[in-house]
Design a protein around this ligand. Structure first.
Ligand code: FAD
Length: 426
């Protein structure tokens, strides 16, 4: 009696209830596959980060006594597709059940549910235990409404999860939103958040990736690779952010400076989206920092809104609108993506800087993505689906469920205006 449990590359959460006890009848599997490296052209650091994170989780599980079958990109018996690999493992280990955590991407969700129907053994999808909301909870809230007001959703989330809510069920600080206090100009001196980069050595893994002929772009493993590969490293990043960077996040969250590639942004999106960190713990850490009087209410609220508000709301848009969402093109824009999006070589300084740092770090902060590259693409009439593939490939945190609504909806208005920030936009 063996249950095969599949762990996808963005499900790197060692705290999942699956792992609470060691069950010799459970076999865990993680697979490095061409179907995942090749569906779009990815930044080299994204491929390295996900594979290295998967390898780290596999070792951690094995060291805790779990049985793990890991398929490397270079393994000869790797078929590079979920179907081929899962069927081979089921036969080899005579598995009697397949279990998997709910995929965040529509593509994988479809693939797995189709595959399960063709198997002769039972299968079960379980919660990834990550999000505040269920896939269709947000759609239920907005039901037949033409525009989805993020602010309305966010207030419901604050109340439901009792985040920054006082004993009388009112918002802490007397108001729900302090956005107007969070739009200060950066004064010109270089910001000094601690920008530690790690001493990871990915040269062996990178050689394996190159030998497998996987196409990629961007800097593979320069000084710029600063992403956590396991939960301990992610927690370390979270601690540094809360102590040293968050105090300035709020006021300057909309600012840009050529002297800083991150300003006071958290750089937590990779750890969150791969589930090394849980959004509830991140939100609670920010709330506690305010309760301990380390940060202002405006900063705490501004940061919490990004995660409890925007991140969950965006996921709700994705599951409501897929699969047709990827084809949205309200303005019928059809200009080709300029070649310099892949090199950063343009005389337009803001674009050159934003794209240049994206190639170097696999990262640009929200204002660069929205106001620089996004705004340019909108004005230039770039075809939304080409732009979507670019955003999906270049950023370390890019997974379709969160990238697509941000690109199609928030930045290109290509969905006919479903997304709405607040009442004033209706
Ligand atoms: P911070 O500014 O420190 O914010 C904290 C956290 O809030 C982030 O880590 C993220 O989890 C969450 N968050 C903030 N804004 C958003 C948002 N609009 N949508 C969802 N979550 C949000 N985010 C991704 O995670 N993956 C993507 O592929 C992605 N693509 C984007 C494409 C475009 C065109 C735009 C305009 C935005 C995109 N975003 C994406 C949202 C946002 O830009 C990133 O989440 C953020 O820049 C990540 O950096 P950070 O961790 O330093 O964020």
């Amino acid at each position: 009696m063996t249950t095969l449990r599949l762990i996808l590359g963005d499900q790197l959460n060692p705290e999942h209830s699956w792992f609470k006890r060691v069950d010799p009848e459970c076999l865990y599997t993680l697979m490095e596959m061409r179907q995942e490296t090749d569906y779009v052209l990815h930044h080299a650091q994204k491929i390295i980060g996900i594979f290295a994170g998967m390898r780290a989780l596999a070792s951690q599980l094995e060291s805790r006594g779990h049985r793990v079958q890991y398929l490397h990109i270079s393994d000869h018996d790797n078929t590079h597709s979920l179907e081929g690999n899962l069927k081979a493992l089921i036969t080899k280990h005579q598995c009697t059940k397949l279990e998997y955590q709910e995929p965040d991407e529509w593509r994988l969700d479809q693939q797995l549910s189709t595959l399960c129907q063709s198997l002769s053994i039972p299968s079960q999808m379980v919660s990834s235990e990550h999000f505040f909301t269920e896939r269709l909870e947000t759609a239920e809230l907005f039901k037949a409404q033409k525009q989805w007001l993020m602010e309305r959703f966010y207030r419901q989330m604050r109340t439901k999860h009792r985040i920054l809510i006082d004993a009388t069920k009112k918002p802490e600080g007397g108001q729900w939103n302090f956005d107007h206090e969070n739009r200060k100009r950066w004064n010109g001196a270089p910001p000094e958040p601690i920008d530690h980069s790690r001493r990871h050595n990915h040269s062996r893994l990178w050689t394996e990736i190159e030998n497998a002929d996987i196409a990629s772009f961007g800097e593979p493993q320069s000084h710029a690779f600063r992403w956590p590969l396991n939960r301990d490293e992610a927690l370390d990043d979270l601690n540094r952010f809360i102590e040293h960077v968050l105090p300035n996040f709020g006021e300057f969250q909309d600012a840009m400076s050529t002297k800083s590639w991150r300003m006071f942004h958290s750089l937590l999106s990779f750890a969150l989206n791969t589930k090394m960190l849980n959004p509830l713990e991140v939100v609670q850490r920010a709330e506690n920092a305010w309760r301990q009087e380390k940060i202002s209410i405006a900063t705490a609220e501004g940061f919490i809104r990004q995660i409890l508000g925007w991140r969950e709301y965006i996921r709700g848009v994705y599951w409501f609108r897929m699969p047709s969402y990827q084809e949205s093109n309200t303005f019928a824009h059809d200009t080709e993506l300029p070649k310099w999006f892949w090199t950063g070589q343009t005389k337009m300084q803001c674009l050159s800087k934003s794209i240049g740092q994206s190639l170097e770090y696999a990262y640009a902060h929200h204002i660069q993505r929205l106001m620089i590259t996004g705004n340019f693409a909108l004005l230039a009439g770039i075809e939304p689906s080409a732009l979507h593939r670019w955003y999906l490939g270049i950023y370390i945190d890019a997974f379709e469920w969160v990238e697509l609504p941000n690109t199609i909806g928030m930045s290109q208005f290509a969905d006919g205006g479903l997304l709405a920030r607040s009442e004033e936009h209706t």
